[in-house]
Design a binder for this molecule. Sequence first.
Ligand code: ATP
Ligand code: ATP
Ligand code: CA
Length: 218
Amino acid sequence: MKKEFAVIGLGRFGGSICRELSLEGMQVLAIDNDEDKVNEYKNIASHAVIADSTDEASLKELGIKNIDHVIVAIGDNIQASILTTVILTDLGIKKITVKAQNDYHEKILNKIGADHVVHPERDMGKRIAHNIISNNILDYLELSDDHSIVEVKAGKKMLGKTLVDLDIRANYGCNVVAIKQGKEINVSPSAEDVLSEEDVLIVIGSDKDISRFEKQLV
Ligand code: ATP
Ligand code: ATP
Ligand code: CA
């Protein structure tokens, strides 16, 4: 059976999720308490309805219980976001993803049982900042408060060298876990492989070590 989604809050973030899920052929119920927003998504989502998600009865009436995955994308109104999430967890929704506005909001959402809390403005800011440090840094993924993974193009200082030559582990405390060459990905890179211009390294380490690696080698 096809998975059903609901997106609550059709701002830029929720709207983009709704549009993308619909483009991928998913069943999406779009919900907002603003009529104009709902009208905007009438022809995009499978269903678009006006409702206040902080009203439990309205959500029940919409059959929200039958939805597999609900995305709460109410940003500025933290109170409405929290209340909506509590109602959804009480109703036993299988999967709830919520957008957090700040770190405190995120903490509360985790405590009240959101399965997945996202923080798009913060995370995109981090990714772009790392890309600004060097055009060779393609992506950046936070693993924990102090560990990350970065995806970097082999920079000038790396070309023609092997992992042994660069001695990344000893010099920077980071590990190269994979090397991508076009569509190929080598998940057990050899210490003797010579790096070339097309290579993309996937590097894991503490933020402090990665920062040194980014500044000195990328
Ligand atoms: P953006 O993603 O554009 O940055 P935002 O994070 O700033 O948006 P808001 O604009 O505050 O978030 O809210 C997103 C949407 O959520 C708005 O369209 C708003 O009408 C809707 N919304 C807010 N409260 C509720 C509610 N109680 N029930 C349903 N929808 C709501
Ligand atoms: P977010 O990234 O949180 O969604 P936003 O895209 O909704 O933010 P705003 O909150 O409107 O953007 O603006 C971001 C910041 O830019 C605010 O801190 C605001 O004070 C600042 N700002 C707005 N206009 C100017 C200006 N003309 N000069 C300097 N700073 C400005
Ligand atoms: Ca916003």
